[in-house]
Design a protein around this ligand. Sequence first.
Ligand SMILES: Nc1ncnc2c1ncn2[C@@H]1O[C@H](COP(=O)(O)OP(=O)(O)OP(=O)(O)O)[C@@H](O)[C@H]1O
Length: 266
Amino acid sequence: MEHSVVLNNITKKYKMYDGNKEKLLDILLPKSYGEDFYALQNVSFTAEKGDVVGFIGVNGSGKSTLSNILAGIIPPTTGEVTINGKTALIAVNSGLNNQLTGRENIELKCLMLGFSKAQIKELEPEIIDFADIGKFIDQPVKSYSSGMKSRLGFAISVNIDPDILVIDEALSVGDQTFADKCLDKMNEFKAKGKTIFFISHSIGQMNRFCEKALWLEYGEVREFGPIKEVMPKYQAFLKEYKAMSASEKRAFKEKAMKKQAGLVTN
Ligand SMILES: Nc1ncnc2c1ncn2[C@@H]1O[C@H](COP(=O)(O)OP(=O)(O)OP(=O)(O)O)[C@@H](O)[C@H]1O
């Protein structure tokens, strides 16, 4: 098997700001808390070429942070990331320059990836056709709806022929027709043996599309394995979590936040 992505002991640490989050921590952790916040802690896993991995976990567990690290958008604080191939991230509100028009964004992204002017000229109509956003292609991206941004982001990412595709909630905006078109393209990529990381709030979509699942719990890997084995455990956890009383939920969240603030290690 050929390794596509190897993550070794990845940690992503953020500094806490003076915003609501700090106030929330003040309420939950009145005694003391670190200034640091660990969005990811000691995350290690290997994905083989052709793996289709779903990231699962409750809100704030680190799925998008991990996607951004895989796509090279942000670096980890510590740990090693080995990526064999060209990665493309498809996410809502990510990777597009708001000041530039859609067409200029296409050109910029392609230039950054090392495409020649001639290659860009050839690719551009395909991307514009896939995005299907009409004359908005020559308007600045800041005037786009989130669905339009997602369409353009998806169109660019799938047409630059990446080896590794990271799809973060991109199908949750926009209409069903476009989502179906994207799913077709994703299945085409899967059939070609490309490596795919997929985040969706739809458990059905994850079960249908992914072969493996990485379950993140407040920044740590709780399980990684075949989705058929991991998803039922995650769903059992969700059921248990939903059945908790308000005080049990609070205790669970408090423990997680202390962990993420680096105050407890287990
Ligand atoms: N730039 C940042 N500065 C500080 N904290 C951040 C930053 N980005 C993310 N975080 C925090 O890191 C944690 C993980 O966030 P992330 O967006 O990766 O989670 P997620 O699993 O994708 O959540 P969701 O399902 O809600 O999208 C969250 O508590 C979030 O508030």
